[in-house]
Design a protein around this ligand. Structure first.
Ligand SMILES: CC(C)(C)CCc1c(C(=O)O)[nH]c(=O)[nH]c1=O
Length: 309
């Protein structure tokens, strides 16, 4: 049974990796991912300089997922460039997530990734903040176009984007049109957390996290239908790009659904946060069992082959 998958010409031992931000802030966590059954891994979205992030509590487990407003805590881009220099690329590919606070910061970081000649793959986090008071880059389509144009001309290699969820067919169409104008964008990761959810503690009648009056990104089982829709929407609209699925995965069935919807690799966020890197072994085994039951020997036989009625 072959669980390997091909991504941009690279064979991966499993179509599984962490979601940026989860178990990937510091070297000990990155080392644990490198040693895990994940087929690839990604660093925490970085900014130019180190950031403490928001005051705690800033992450809370929910019955069917999680809510977070971490505030981009990270060790600064140089720390992750140092890790990227030491990473064993024969073991598994490394993705390098960037969420600069300004376009200039993004360009500075990307230029340094370029100069480092690292084999790491750039995943540009487009939920990164824009001008205060305006929507995040990925929801400000003019800004999205500008950022992709600037990064494309500053970075000589193919790269990918991490997108928040969209909820309107017209938005799928518009964003896919923009992305398809950038052939250097050769993968799309859908989805980031569903922004600005709110959850309440009944006993104390209080919100669950301190930042942003309790508003935070929603992850976990709550987001699976939205994640699958975004994976399939961009899979259909961007035939020349690879899709990385992210959102709501906690079982082999969820992995199978993302692959069927068009994902080449599936990222694990909330469930990894809760269960740790051993989850990759379980998901691999569960996926293998499903493939066996269905008579599939390779992922290619069903990847992207979601049927409609
Ligand atoms: C939301 C931002 C802080 C602008 C980017 C970092 C980020 C965070 C975070 O660091 O709060 N949490 C998420 O669920 N997704 C993200 O992309």
């Amino acid at each position: 049974l072959d669980l390997s998958t091909f991504f941009l010409g690279r064979p991966l031992t499993a179509p599984l990796m962490n979601a940026s931000g989860v178990w990937c802030n510091v070297n000990s966590q990155l080392h644990a991912l490198a040693e895990s059954e994940a087929g690839a891994m990604v660093t925490k979205s970085c900014t130019l300089l180190r950031r403490d992030g928001n005051p705690e509590p800033r992450y809370h487990t929910l019955t069917m997922g999680s809510i977070n407003s971490m505030g981009l805590p990270n060790e600064g881009h140089q720390y992750y460039l140092d890790y990227a220099e030491r990473h064993d690329y024969e073991n598994k590919p490394l993705f390098f997530s960037v969420a600069g606070l300004t376009l200039d910061d993004n360009l500075t970081i990307v230029a340094q990734i370029q100069d480092a000649y690292t084999p790491a793959l750039l995943e540009l986090n487009l939920s990164c903040p824009n001008v205060p008071g305006k929507a995040q880059i990925a929801y400000d389509f003019d800004a999205l176009d500008v950022v992709l144009a600037e990064i494309s001309s500053a970075y000589s290699r193919p790269f990918g984007v991490k997108l928040p969820p969209y909820f309107d067919i017209a938005h799928f169409d518009e964003v896919a049109d923009i992305l398809n104008r950038y052939e250097k964008v050769n993968f799309i990761t859908c989805i980031n957390s569903i922004g600005n959810g709110l959850m309440i503690d009944m006993e104390s009648e209080t919100v669950l996290i301190k930042p942003k009056q309790g508003f935070g990104g929603i992850g976990g089982e709550y987001v699976l239908p939205t994640a699958l829709a975004n994976v399939n929407a961009f899979y259909q609209r961007c035939p020349k790009k690879s899709i990385i699925g992210c959102g709501g995965v906690n079982t082999g069935e969820h992995v199978f659904m993302h692959l069927l919807a068009g994902a080449s690799i599936v990222q694990i966020g909330t469930a990894l946060y809760e269960q740790g890197p051993e989850i990759f072994e379980r998901l691999k085994a569960e996926l293998a069992l499903i493939m066996q039951e269905k008579g599939y020997k390779t992922i290619r036989e069903f990847q992207g082959k979601l049927k409609t009625l």
